[in-house]
Design a protein around this ligand. Structure first.
Ligand code: PEP
Ligand code: MN
Length: 260
């Protein structure tokens, strides 16, 4: 499938919404203190709509930090009670879905590795049947627009009304400038397939390092994405996952001021 897109290079604000949707927070929940500290900072900044934290982490190889698991749901519940921020976490199995719904998580996201597998997305969709929850669907790891669309259709057909697509780039082989290469034409195409579907960008997982996040953010805003997912950690260098790409709350604040 050949998909082309024109980029508006003008420097004026071209974002789709007056108020882009922002999902921010650490890659992984590591402790209750880490979550509460980060959430308080983000709540004070008044720019974050959803506080994210992965509690079940899909790791490419075994032996890496695989997330804190169910206890993280209690911490997220406390984040919501204390800061008023809505919460978001990744789900990859039906058990994750049931547990997250039980704890009142407001937004569930399907990660790139899961979107790749129609069996997995169908199982998640069936577990979600009729639930009142926001569901974000990240693009699959490989640049197959049909897989992304298909996963969204399965969630939609399960009666979920509030769906958002997230462009987090596509993995390649060998050394590339970005951790996951963006293919801007694909999210633009996706938006045309489902009119009204909000599509946001995840500059953290595209860039793979802090330095390139502003560049990707600017590009996403020029392309009128509906919002952003950004990883924010109190001590990024020592984070238990994705240490190279997370921002401090201060750097996140600056990014919001400069690019939105
Ligand atoms: C994440 O958001 O931390 C994550 C694992 O994302 P992705 O599925 O985009 O790799
Ligand atoms: Mn991450």
């Amino acid at each position: 499938m050949e998909i082309k897109v024109q980029v508006n290079q003008s420097r004026k604000r071209v974002v789709n919404r007056a108020d882009p949707l922002i999902i921010a927070g650490p890659c992984s929940a590591e402790s209750e203190e880490q979550l509460l500290w980060t959430a308080r900072k983000l709540a004070t900044g008044k720019r974050t709509d959803f506080f994210r934290a992965g509690i079940w982490k899909p790791r490419t190889r075994p032996g890496n930090f695989e997330g804190v698991g169910n206890i993280g749901l209690r911490w997220l519940k406390r984040v919501k009670e204390e800061t008023g921020l809505k919460t978001a976490t990744e789900v990859a199995t039906t058990t994750h879905v049931y547990e997250a719904l039980k704890y009142g998580i407001d937004c569930l996201w399907i990660g790139a590795r899961t979107t790749t597998n129609p069996f997995a997305t169908q199982e998640i969709a069936s577990a979600l049947q009729g639930a009142d929850v926001k569901v974000c669907v990240k693009n699959p790891v490989n640049p197959d627009p049909g897989l992304w669309l298909g996963a969204i259709e399965r969630i939609r057909d399960a009666g979920i009304k509030d769906i958002i697509a997230i462009h987090r780039g596509f993995s390649g082989c060998g050394k590339t400038r970005f951790r996951n290469m963006p293919q801007w034409a694909i999210p633009v195409w996706l938006k045309k397939q489902i009119p009204g579907l909000p599509v946001i960008c995840d500059p953290s997982h595209i860039a793979g390092n802090r330095e390139l996040i502003p560049h990707i953010t600017r590009r996403a805003m020029l392309l009128k994405f509906d919002g952003l997912m950004i990883e924010v950690h109190p001590d990024p260098v020592n984070a238990m996952s994705d240490a190279a790409q997370q921002l401090t709350p201060e750097a996140f604040k600056k990014l919001m001021e400069e690019y939105l």
